[in-house]
Ligand binder design. Structure first.
Ligand code: G6P
Length: 613
């Protein structure tokens, strides 16, 4: 949560910062601000609202300066308003600071600093940092970098920060612990940002800061890295593989719609080089050394949050069916606080699009400390989660910018399918012919998703009918139960309609009481193991005048005769249905939200990367 961006070079900083903030807005968008340094003059603009509100607030005001920092906020401490927006300034007015994370011991630090004469203006935890650094700079008579280092030694919590000092306009200091920070190295210029998206259009050379590292960027001396223990570190420069066009809307009205439509490609990319039909094998390079751990695993634990947790539930069904390994899927936030039974015999799969979700990270660390093997499934290359796992596989879905996750889900499920098939084959659970048949079916999925996308006009028609609903129910059984949960999550996230996902048969133990003619019920009723049972559930809804929108297998006639609307998807084995059936549900939510006038890419109160617990 919160996006930070900074620049020091020979260009005007303001347009670079504003552009960078727009790229980072998915991380939070309740207020925004910039600080610009020109000679010894520090100019700060900040206000409640989005980056576009900040631009309007700046208007024709002065924006000169080749050094600057920018921030887009997702409020934790203190409401979103102008005063709580970053950057925050020291009482002297010399220092300006931006922060992503939470300072847990801010209350005690604040008390001490107030006692020492610092005036606090905001309700934020962040403000203690800028006063603390300023205080140390003055009392210890040290430069900015050393003051930052000393200050961070007394701070408990998570942070990515960048600090400017009016007294030294050629230096910018950045540091991180548990919140991401990337340094970009250009020609005579440097960048710092929460992720690489604001940097990629300027340079491909980046350094991902490690926890406890401080980057000192000096106009003349370039980049130096040390840690909070004052040890020098050699920057490890990596080349970005990100392409600029993946960060643009590419002609679509919203990133979410673009990302839904990208799924044939993103699923294909997630399989590329891994699923080899000619050789009849699955090779996952990132976990090759851990294959035997999978094969011998007594139990698999899957942790994640939100949509990634739903993907994990599909993973549970996959691993249990194909590899006969018992699986437990845990909300990372619950797992970490309930003294879970986990140890050396366990294999933990952590799933995260962003690779930065605080709860997922904490759950992994807990399991790792208890001796479990940690495997990651992440989308963002170089992210914190990817770096603390023992091994893992990237999803290769490309940057996902819409806050509601779509293509990341199908890419995660694709990888879980590949893993489960690979382990099932190696364990001898899957016969050669079943394995090969499933590989072929998986290989055909991207083309089938393309076919599902062709139902969009019909989906728009259905969306128009149900756009004013106040509640919705999503039902599915077996592999379709997690998809029902995901469909409900998509609708509530972006259209603010209350929606619940339920196992279809459980409906009669509660939700059936809610059904009346105003209740749209989305049912995944594809041909397969529980088809007849789901048809009975549909009858139960119809008997109570509920409206049925069913996702069915192409050519289905039975459900067509009962349901109010059907959306057909191509036939595929039960295990692969989630990769197809989720797509119409994503589209329904998208079109309903657009018709209700909601901000689809930036739904209220949400953020894409949840770096606080
Ligand atoms: C937030 C996002 C969701 C996402 C969840 C987990 O709630 O809005 O779309 O599924 O975090 O994020 P992760 O990056 O760990 O997959």
């Amino acid at each position: 949560m919160c996006g930070i961006v900074a620049y020091l070079g020979d260009k005007e900083a303001y347009p670079i910062l504003v552009n960078g903030l727009k790229r980072l807005e998915y991380r939070g968008y309740d207020s925004a601000g910039v600080a610009l340094l020109h000679e010894d003059k520090l100019t700060i603009y900040k206000c409640q609202g989005k980056v576009s509100d900040l631009e309007a607030h700046v208007g024709d005001g002065p924006t000169t300066g080749t050094v600057g920092i920018g921030h887009t906020r997702w409020a934790t401490h203190g409401p979103p308003n102008d005063v709580n927006a970053h950057p925050h300034q020291s009482t002297s007015g010399d220092l300006a600071l931006i922060h992503n994370g939470i300072i847990e011991n801010y209350a005690s630090l604040k008390e001490e600093l107030v006692h020492r004469g610092h005036t606090f203006l905001s309700d934020t935890d962040t403000e203690v940092l800028v006063h603390l650094i300023d205080d140390i700079q003055r009392s210890e008579k040290v430069d900015l970098a050393e003051a930052v280092r000393l200050a961070l030694n007394s701070v408990v919590g998570a942070y990515a920060i960048v600090v400017l000092d009016r007294k030294d306009p050629d230096v910018m200091v950045a540091a991180r612990k548990s919140s991401p920070l990337v340094i970009g190295i250009g020609d005579g210029e440097h960048f710092a940002a929460s992720d690489a998206t604001p940097i990629v259009e300027h340079t491909k050379n980046v350094v991902y800061l490690e926890d406890g590292e401080i980057a000192v960027i000096d106009r003349k001396k370039g980049l130096k890295i040390r840690n909070t223990k004052n040890q020098d570190k050699t920057p490890f420069i990596q080349e970005l593989e990100m392409h600029l066009e993946t960060l643009e809307k590419g002609g679509y009205d919203h990133f979410m719609l673009k990302e839904i439509h990208e799924q044939p490609r993103s699923i294909r990319d997630s399989m590329r080089g891994r699923l080899n039909l000619a050789k009849g094998e699955v090779v996952l390079g990132g976990i090759k050394d851990y294959e035997q751990r999978f094969v011998n695993a007594k139990r698999i634990l899957i942790v994640g949050c939100g949509t990634s947790w739903h993907a994990g539930m599909v993973g549970e069904y996959l691993f249990e069916e194909f590899a006969r390994i018992p699986v437990e899927v845990e909300y990372a936030s619950e797992f970490r606080y309930r003294n879970p039974v986990v140890g050396e015999d366990d294999l933990v799969i952590a799933i995260s699009q962003s690779g930065e979700t605080a709860d997922t990270m904490a759950a992994m660390e807990l399991a790792k400390n208890k001796g479990a093997t940690i495997i990651g499934i992440c989308n963002v290359v170089g992210s914190s989660i990817a770096r603390i796992t023992h091994a893992g596989s990237y999803t290769h879905a490309g940057p996902e910018i819409g806050v509601a996750s779509t293509k990341a889900f199908t890419a995660q499920v694709t990888l879980l399918t590949l893993m489960a098939l690979m382990v099932g084959q190696k364990k001898g659970v899957l016969s050669g012919s079943s394995f090969y048949r499933l590989l072929n079916e998986l290989d055909a999925i991207p083309d089938k998703v393309q076919r599902v996308l062709k139902t969009e006009d019909q989906i728009k028609y259905i969306a128009d009918i149900y756009k004013d609903a106040s509640n919705a129910l999503y039902l599915g059984r077996g592999y379709s139960f997690p998809v029902a949960l995901e469909g409900a999550l998509k609708l509530k996230e972006i259209s603010y309609i209350h929606a619940e996902g339920y196992p279809a048969a459980e409906m009669k133990h509660g939700p059936i009481a809610l059904i009346d003619e105003a209740m749209p019920v989305f049912v995944i009723a594809t041909k397969g193991a529980s088809y007849e049972k789901v048809v009975s559930n549909i009858q139960e809804v119809k008997a109570r005048k509920g409206k049925i929108i069913a996702i069915v297998t192409e050519g289905d006639t039975v459900v067509k005769g009962i349901a109010d609307h059907v959306i057909e998807i191509p036939e595929t084995p039960d295990a692969l249905v989630p990769l197809l059936s989720v797509v119409p549900l994503q589209l329904i939510s998208y079109h309903i939200a657009v018709m209700r006038g909601c901000n689809v890419d930036q739904p209220r109160n949400l953020a894409k990367s949840v770096t606080v617990e």
